[in-house]
Design a protein around this ligand. Structure first.
Ligand code: ZN
Ligand code: ZN
Length: 587
């Protein structure tokens, strides 16, 4: 337990001691008493200095506390621990670690609260190696079974991305604190393991020993956003309402993000409108939500409202506005927003803004203007991302000569990036230069470059199912493939013709060796249709851009199955309904 040592009772009755107590944890009054001590020659009195230092630590002034510390003759374990705790709490992590080291050198006894503070300091610095050394010290000193030390260790390992060790410590905890649960859940969520994060949250609910707090809910909402898990997200929202929890800015913004990213932009707006306090992040989340769904006008309207009576927009807001304009083809609005960025707000455009402008101009068919923007308006060497945006536009508008030029330029800029080879090979294929396609592929194989594999997620009865292309791992595989065959047959009856030719060359989406019909999103949709009642909305999350055949196929699926299907791909949402898509084939 905590090492505590009380000052000698004779001192505690002295008027100076009383004056320190009266000053409390307020820096200025403490410094006044300190001055008085110096004048009266009491500035080496240990009990007085100890009390003064403890209160200065609570006041949060680490610089002053550090100065004081060095005036104490032979500081004891309690004093060291107080200072280590205070510095760790105030974010002076290096101080914590340095004083811990000195404490060990002085062979003073360590306590659970020293370990908790030092481990927290290591976690804040993501100093995994140092943290595991402290973990060893805790083991040797017998504090590794203390629940506060354990919670700090879970935080350390989870924050540093070592989730396996974090989980090992977590599983061994006889009593799990809310800090440990939160650290583990957010560790999963922030390291791309949202599914594991959600599973652990269900475990937390099952254990029912501890109620989630707002930090838990923020992590869970972010995991829901990543997985497109609307039902759990909604549950969190209901939980907040039922328990009368305060929807602060962070929680509210998490809800907006969750609803927008799970495809329910109306609910996102409802949360936004209901928030008592909104900051620039909440406004930006809402604008970006509209943009993802192709609601450009709504995004612009909200941005105008923000300009007149909202918080000052930041550069991320402008990324959201410009990308919303791009996805909705609102070119003049986008140009206007881009102009006001520097003029009205003094924000210097970054790479992301340049990409948005090139993408917006390019999508709308202004290839010349986009090229002109790159060469004339960007200071310095334009980034590969800017050229990639132009290349996408060349592909969309079938300007293969410019496309080849851009792709070759990109490859020269970043010769080790596999996606550039894929793009170049695509554009050669589209331009009908098959010899070049072969050549690029051979280079890729020789260099051992691999592209990202695609997957799609669908959530059913609180379980997220993942499908990869040509997947045979799912327990319902046989039924899914049979169902999909039948579905394709029905689709063909109403006019669906697979876009084999063009798609065969779109190498970045999925391996072209596999039949088009087994792309992951089709498997996920077939699975969703089979396992849900008529009229149920199907929601899919895909990690890459959809290929044009899948896009066409899903339009037909929405007709033959009489279902509404929402697909979130790498860049935006597609709402498929009665044979058409909200992106207007523009993605
Ligand atoms: Zn596809
Ligand atoms: Zn679409």
């Amino acid at each position: 337990m905590e090492a505590k040592q009380k000052p000698a009772s004779s001192t505690s009755h002295s008027p100076i001691y009383q004056a320190i107590v009266q000053a409390g944890s307020h820096l200025k009054p403490l410094q006044r008493v300190h001055a008085h001590m110096v004048v009266s020659g009491l500035h080496h009195n240990r009990p007085l200095l100890t009390k003064l230092l403890t209160l200065a630590c609570i006041a949060g002034s680490i610089n002053y506390s550090r100065l004081l510390f060095f005036t104490v003759p032979n500081p004891d374990s309690f004093l060291f621990s107080s200072f280590i705790k205070a510095s760790s709490k105030s974010g002076f992590s290096l101080d914590s670690i340095f004083f811990y080291h000195r404490m060990r050198l002085a062979q003073l006894s360590l306590s659970n609260f020293t370990f908790t503070s030092v481990i927290k300091a290591c976690a804040d610095l993501s100093a995994l190696k140092l943290g595991s050394v402290v973990h060893c010290h805790a083991l040797v000193s017998g504090f590794d079974s203390d629940c506060f030390t354990q919670a700090a260790l879970v935080t350390l390992y989870a924050k540093s991305g070592d989730l396996v060790t974090a989980r090992k410590v977590f599983d061994k905890m006889p009593e799990r604190t809310i800090i440990a649960w939160n650290a583990m859940i957010s560790g999963y969520e922030q390291n791309g393991l949202a599914k594991e994060g959600v599973e652990l949250f269900y475990k937390m609910r099952e254990a029912a020993m501890i109620e989630p707090d707002s930090a838990t809910l923020v992590s869970v909402l972010s995991a829901c956003s990543q997985l497109g898990n609307l039902s759990l997200g909604q549950w969190v929202n209901d939980y907040i309402v039922d328990n009368g929890l305060d929807v602060n800015v962070i929680l509210g913004t998490s809800l907006i993000n969750m609803y927008a990213r799970c495809g329910d932009v109306q609910r996102a707006r409802k949360v936004f409108d209901g928030m008592l306090e909104r900051n620039v992040i909440s406004w930006t989340a809402m604008i970006s939500g509209y943009g993802m769904h192709g609601y450009g006008t709504q995004a612009i309207n909200l941005f105008q409202k923000m300009r007149t009576n909202g918080p000052w927009p930041n550069d991320v807001t402008f990324v959201a506005v410009l990308s919303a304009c791009g996805h909705a083809g609102l070119v003049s609005e986008g140009i206007k927003a881009f102009a006001c960025m520097e003029q009205d707000y003094g924000l210097v455009p970054r790479e992301e803004h340049h990409v948005c402008i090139v993408d917006m101009l390019g999508r709308a068919g202004f290839l010349e203007e986009a090229l002109q923007f790159i060469t004339e308006s960007i200071h310095g060497e334009p980034s590969p991302a800017v050229w990639t945006a132009l290349l996408g536009a060349c592909k969309m508008h079938k300007d293969f000569d410019l496309g080849v030029e851009v792709a070759e330029h990109l490859l020269a800029l970043e010769p080790e990036n596999p996606s550039h080879y894929v793009l170049l090979s695509n554009i050669y294929a589209l331009a009908g230069r098959m010899d070049r396609v072969e050549m690029v592929r051979n280079v890729m194989i020789r260099k051992g470059l691999k592209k990202q594999t695609g997957y799609s997620l669908i959530e059913l009865n609180q379980i997220t199912h993942m499908f990869r292309m040509g997947d045979v791992l799912h327990p319902q595989t046989a039924e899914i493939y049979r169902y999909l065959e039948e579905l394709v047959w029905k689709m063909r009856e109403v006019g669906y013709q697979p876009e084999t030719e063009s798609v065969m060359h779109e190498l970045e989406e999925e391996e072209r060796e596999y039949a088009l019909r087994f792309h992951s999103e089709k498997l996920a949709i077939a699975f969703g249709l089979m396992n849900s009642g008529s009229g149920t909305l199907i929601r899919i999350v895909k990690n890459l851009r959809m290929c044009s055949d899948c896009h066409l196929a899903i339009k037909f699926i929405s007709v033959v199955s009489c279902r509404e299907i929402i697909v979130r791909d790498k860049h935006r949402f597609h709402h498929f309904k009665e044979g058409s898509c909200s992106c207007q084939d523009y993605w």
